[in-house]
Design a protein around this ligand. Structure first.
Ligand code: PGA
Length: 254
């Protein structure tokens, strides 16, 4: 894991954006794994600005981590709608090449198998953007998820439902289930790009980076990933025992 600590989420998002945009310059057919939530919005802004300035996203393909189960794609809180409004509408990407799990699939098991096959057929995900839940989840892989799990229907925890209730009128409106890439699916991305901001993530972040590898903090499996880049703000980094060392290593150019 490479740990990058910044004073603000804006500075972290800028650095993550520079990384993603540089990779797209090198490989215009890059396959992105994408995430929703508040955390990646700064990164998506950087991508949109680069595209406006001439970076070509027309051949980029993407697969999103998850989608609420039972929401129509045009539901105001669906992740398909979130991605269109916050990223795809601001890029010259071909929307036909952007995939978000289908929360309305009549046969979810068949859908999940097809989604995995489509990722493979695309050559696998090159860069997987990730956020962390306050409970350590990645995608909607909640604590207790198998660390080798694949794309499937999952049940959200009460913690996640309460964290996400801010986007809905009331907590009761938050779907109880989702379709999510599995932990094992995420681990197959060539690079994982994890963004974590805010004090409410500090405990989960400490567990992810410095705790034992455990299904109780699914993000901790990223310690076993060969190329994970973690972008933190000071608040999210505040509980790291070796914070000064990570900063020192960064100042040495690592
Ligand atoms: P957030 O969600 O970016 O809205 O904090 C992250 C997550 O739950 O994975």
């Amino acid at each position: 894991m490479q740990i990058f600590i910044f004073d603000t989420p804006e500075a972290a998002s800028r650095a993550a954006g520079e990384y993603v945009n540089a990779e797209i310059r090198k490989n215009p057919k890059l396959v992105l794994g994408l995430a929703t939530g508040s955390t990646p919005l700064g990164l998506y802004k950087e991508m949109a600005e680069a595209c406006k300035a001439g970076l070509d996203y027309s051949q980029v393909r993407s697969f999103n981590l998850d989608e609420y189960y039972g929401l129509q794609p045009d539901h105001p809180q669906s992740y398909r709608r979130f991605m269109n409004e916050n990223l795809f509408d601001h890029l010259n990407i071909d929307k036909a090449n952007t995939r978000v799990p289908d929360g309305t699939a009549a046969d979810p098991a068949a859908f999940c198998a097809e989604y995995e096959a489509a990722m493979k057929a695309a050559g696998g995900v090159d860069i997987q953007v990730l956020g962390i839940g306050s409970d350590g989840h990645i995608g909607f892989n909640e604590p207790g998820s198998s660390l080798v799990s694949r794309t499937r229907v999952v049940a959200l925890t009460p913690q996640t439902i309460s964290d996400n209730a801010r986007f809905f009128e009331k907590a009761d409106d938050v779907p109880r289930k989702a379709i999510s890439m599995g932990v094992g699916t995420i681990m197959e991305a060539k690079t994982c790009l994890m963004l974590c901001f805010g004090a409410n993530k500090a405990t989960a972040v400490q567990g992810m980076i410095e705790g034992g590898i455990t299904q109780f903090n699914p993000a901790s499996i990223l310690q076993m990933h060969p190329d994970t880049r973690v972008y933190l703000d000071e608040a999210a980094a505040s509980k790291l025992t070796l914070k000064d060392y990570y900063k020192w290593a960064g100042s040495c150019g690592l």
